[in-house]
Design a protein around this ligand. Structure first.
Ligand SMILES: Nc1nc2c(ncn2[C@@H]2O[C@H](COP(=O)(O)OP(=O)(O)OP(=O)(O)O)[C@@H](O)[C@H]2O)c(=O)[nH]1
Ligand SMILES: [Mg+2]
Ligand SMILES: [Zn+2]
Length: 286
């Protein structure tokens, strides 16, 4: 039996990268019973068929798994947004960052299409770099940020997450033209991409892998995390211990050091507002 990694899955067929090259595989019956028994990124054991085919016999234990995009065993999330066309949705951006933090995954913020709004790109970069997240302003049209991106991807398994039309596939093409990933226009009128990328795919990149994924516009956090949510906001960390009450959730509590930092302009208003929005969302439902 061979060990390999699932790099793509479409309609019950899976492509598995193995030491003997890429195999087209089906799943052994019992693995077909539950839908997310196998994900792109899973390590698997494969029995060889003929002519580049095989059967996935077993799935190795998972290190982690992201819900959206659905992928397993990743090292970091590149949160990709365009600074214009489509207009950046910062609540969605913060949601993705929070999802990654709650899973203990490293994130890099990528602000693409800097050519369309250089000033907006610098402002957003200042916001996210101060949290601090590694933040890259990029453009595939007036090339910039590409070498920084290449460095960040080196030797890791990375996933590109973000809305449709922000340029995830374009960025990968700019780094590796041989990938020839399909890209699509953004509708100016409705400010939305056309969902050009249809499935998650892990692409070999240098010593690592990078996953191109379909853009998405919604993401819901799981309820029951109201106590842990604050830890997904790294910029709260340096104030939290100075709150008057232990277990302060930084909403209206007296003597809250996070609220004070917000008032003094040390925490970005958009981030705090999104904390409150997401707090409502993760309250347990009765
Ligand atoms: N002005 C500008 N346009 C860009 C840039 N990068 C990509 N685009 C354009 O943005 C559009 C969408 O790019 P894609 O790479 O298909 O976007 P995507 O994020 O992969 O979208 P989905 O696959 O639908 O999730 C294309 O028309 C690209 O040419 C950039 O840096 N500047
Ligand atoms: Mg794409
Ligand atoms: Zn507080």
């Amino acid at each position: 039996m061979l060990e390999g990694i699932i790099v793509k899955g479409i309609g019950g067929m899976y492509e598995v990268e193995t030491p003997q090259g890429r195999l087209r595989c089906t799943l052994r019956g019992r693995l077909r019973l539950t839908m997310d028994r196998v994900l792109v990124g899973d390590g698997v054991k494969v029995s060889l068929g003929g002519e580049g085919t095989g059967v996935v016999e077993d799935v190795l234990p998972r290190r982690n798994e992201l819900i959206r995009p659905a992928i397993a065993n990743i090292d970091q999330v590149l949160v990709v947004f365009a600074v214009r066309n489509p207009k950046p949705n910062l609540l969605l951006l913060d949601r993705i960052l929070v999802q990654a933090e709650l899973m203990d995954l490293a994130s890099v913020v990528v602000l693409n299409k800097a050519d369309l709004n250089p000033q907006g790109a610098q402002e957003l970069k200042a916001l996210y770099a101060s949290i601090p997240y590694p933040t890259i302003t990029a453009s595939t049209v007036q090339p910039q940020g590409l070498e920084e991106l290449r460095e960040v991807l080196q030797g890791k398994v990375s996933v590109l997450a973000g809305p449709s039309g922000v340029g995830k596939s374009s960025l990968l093409n700019a780094l590796s033209p041989e990938l020839k990933l399909q890209t699509g226009q953004v509708s100016e009128k409705i400010q939305r991409g056309r969902h050009t990328t249809r499935s998650v795919e892990l692409l070999p990149f240098g010593q690592g892998y990078v996953a191109d994924t379909p853009g998405f516009s919604q993401l819901y956090l799981e309820p029951g995390q109201e106590d842990t949510l604050q830890f997904a906001f790294p910029e709260f960390a340096r104030y939290r211990d100075a709150c008057q009450f232990r277990g302060c959730l930084h909403r209206q509590e007296p003597g809250c050091a996070v609220l004070k930092a917000l008032e003094m302009g040390k925490i970005a208003p958009s981030r705090y507002e999104h904390y409150l929005t997401l707090f409502q969302e993760v309250l347990p439902c009765y």
